[in-house]
Write a protein that binds this ligand. Structure first.
Ligand code: SF4
Length: 321
């Protein structure tokens, strides 16, 4: 395995939530609750789970777009929470993010050439002409015709706007890109095109991806390892093939059974996960999954399971293992 590029240790991100009433007390929302994992150079770590499980908050807290509550994030042996503003700016150059909704992440009043040029200008990457030449090259890299660079974001389709977001993300030649539900808003055929583009760019620029999505089939397609989250915690992580063929956690099993199969003969219409995800403001006692788990035991109702490595690189948090 390649060396670790980012190491996340016991990361927590809690939000204080005010009650709707004037005199109501404040509550603590544990969006990310003590997660530890590594991101290895040139891999794609897929992060999957139902909405509200904390996967996007992990990505944003890693980049310090949210400040942490506790824990640490190491980028090449430097704790990014110990960096000053100038040092953080240099590290952020290597760690970019692509968001779900390219329409809201691209400034509607700016031409595409200025949107893609923005990071190059911030980091003084050449003369005006050199930057414009680089913008043309970046647009070609993501499959867009540079002659449309004077257009505005609303003049492009959803898939093209996501390509613009990708061009901006690779402009400074980063090492890591966090893709936060980056294809979730796109039609299936456009999703496939954008995923293939991400794979091509990964090979060409030796990129490392953290790919966050609620759609397991998309994560399965692009990832080399997969991490499953439930209510702010990691419940299972393993190399992709291990997770697909030999997943152990009952929540992971439910996600796989609920994931639509392309072949209609393999579709399973059974209701596999009873109930909704509990509120992270008031998580269940013991294993957070126990009210929905078909294999719940008495111990699960009062004791959170330890995370154990059951095979090399295969970690699971469940009393069954
Ligand atoms: Fe189910 Fe218990 Fe495992 Fe939680 S710890 S997933 S409740 S078997």
């Amino acid at each position: 395995m390649n060396p670790s590029l980012v190491s996340v240790k016991h990361l927590k991100k809690y939000f204080t939530v005010k009650s709707d009433t004037l005199w109501g007390k404040k509550s603590i929302l544990k969006a990310v609750d003590d997660v530890s994992f590594d991101l290895y150079a040139c891999e794609t770590l897929g992060v999957v789970g139902e909405s509200g499980c904390g996967k996007s908050t992990v990505g944003k807290t890693m980049l310090r777009l949210h400040e942490r509550t506790d824990g640490s994030v190491w980028y090449k042996e430097r704790d990014i929470y110990s960096l000053d503003r100038h040092e953080l700016k240099q590290v952020r150059r290597q760690m970019q993010m692509i968001f779900q909704d390219p329409f809201s992440s691209l400034n509607p009043r700016k031409q595409v050439r200025d949107i893609v040029a923005q990071p190059l200008r911030i980091f003084n990457q050449g003369t005006r002409q050199e930057i414009q030449d680089k913008v043309d090259h970046l647009l070609e890299e993501v499959g867009l015709n540079p002659k449309f660079k004077t257009r505005y974001p609303h003049q492009f389709s959803g898939g093209q706007r996501q390509r613009i977001g990708i061009a901006r993300a690779i402009a400074l030649e980063p090492e890591l890109i966090i893709c936060d539900e980056s294809v979730s808003a796109l039609d299936v055929s456009i999703q496939a095109q954008v995923l293939n583009l991400l794979l091509e760019l990964q090979e060409k620029y030796r990129l490392t991806y953290m790919f966050i999505a609620h759609d397991l089939s998309v994560v399965e397609f692009i990832s080399t390892r997969i991490m499953v989250m439930y209510l702010g915690k990691i419940v299972e992580q393993a190399p992709k093939d291990t997770l697909v063929d030999n997943h152990l956690h009952p929540y992971t099993a439910s996600l796989f059974k609920a994931s639509p199969d392309i072949d209609p003969r393999n579709r399973n219409d059974e209701v596999l996960l009873p109930g909704d995800v509990p509120s992270p403001l008031d998580p269940p006692s013991g294993c957070y999954f126990h009210p929905r788990c078909p294999r719940c035991m008495e111990v699960c109702t009062h004791t959170y399971p330890e995370t154990r490595e059951v095979a090399p690189g295969h970690w699971v948090a469940c009393h069954l293992y």
